[in-house]
Write a protein that binds this ligand. Structure first.
Ligand code: IMP
Ligand code: MG
Length: 176
């Protein structure tokens, strides 16, 4: 396992993102929705760098089956309780990979009448993208490899690592 970004680099990047989001949503009624579990650490750091009053919510998404069809296999396990109608919504997650889960959740929210729905992920992993979408804000871009730490897991391990690491293919720890 190799460290890609250490805690200091992550903190600087999150501050930058907080500034970017603060500027983008000036004067707006912003509702930030974090995706559990992977987004929990990034979400808690990011909301403290957004310098405006915000509402906070969390949902859990679950992918199931092996379907290749975009969006068809994403379930929303806990839905948002607060109304998104008439609000700007920012979805916060750990990583965008194929993009299928975030596309499905974005469409779900869009059906509830928000003013806008945008996406912020800590990692933008580009090579396996299937859904026709990009994060509107992201911290770091990587092309491929399996990333852990800072909320990201490998079979539920490593979420609490303060660094963002890559599990190197071929060392027996997995190479998804
Ligand atoms: P999607 O393929 O963009 O829909 O991502 C679905 C989910 O797969 C993400 O929210 C993560 O939970 C997980 N995932 C994708 N790539 C990685 C990775 O490199 N490390 C850990 N989890 C990942
Ligand atoms: Mg996730």
């Amino acid at each position: 396992m190799k460290v890609l970004f250490n805690a200091g680099e992550i903190a600087r990047k999150v501050k930058e993102l907080g500034d970017e989001i603060t500027a983008a949503y000036e004067g707006c009624n912003l509702y930030i929705i974090g995706i559990l579990k992977g987004g929990f650490i990034f979400m808690s750091d990011l909301v403290r760098q957004v310098r405006m009053p915000v509402r906070i919510g969390f949902v859990r998404l679950s992918s199931y089956g092996n379907s290749d069809s975009p969006q068809g296999n994403v379930r929303i396990l806990d839905d948002v309780e607060d109304a998104v109608q008439g609000r700007h919504v920012l979805i916060v997650d750990d990583i965008m990979d194929t993009g299928q889960s975030l596309l499905a959740f974005k469409k779900h929210l869009e059906s509830k009448g928000p003013i806008s729905v945008k996406i912020c992920t800590m990692i933008n992993k580009t090579q396996r993208r299937i859904a026709p979408m990009e994060p509107d804000f992201y911290g770091f871009q990587v092309s491929e490899g399996f990333i852990v730490g800072y909320g990201l897991d490998y079979a539920e391990d490593y979420r609490a690592l303060p660094e963002i690491c890559i599990i190197e293919p071929g060392n027996g720890e997995g190479n998804a």
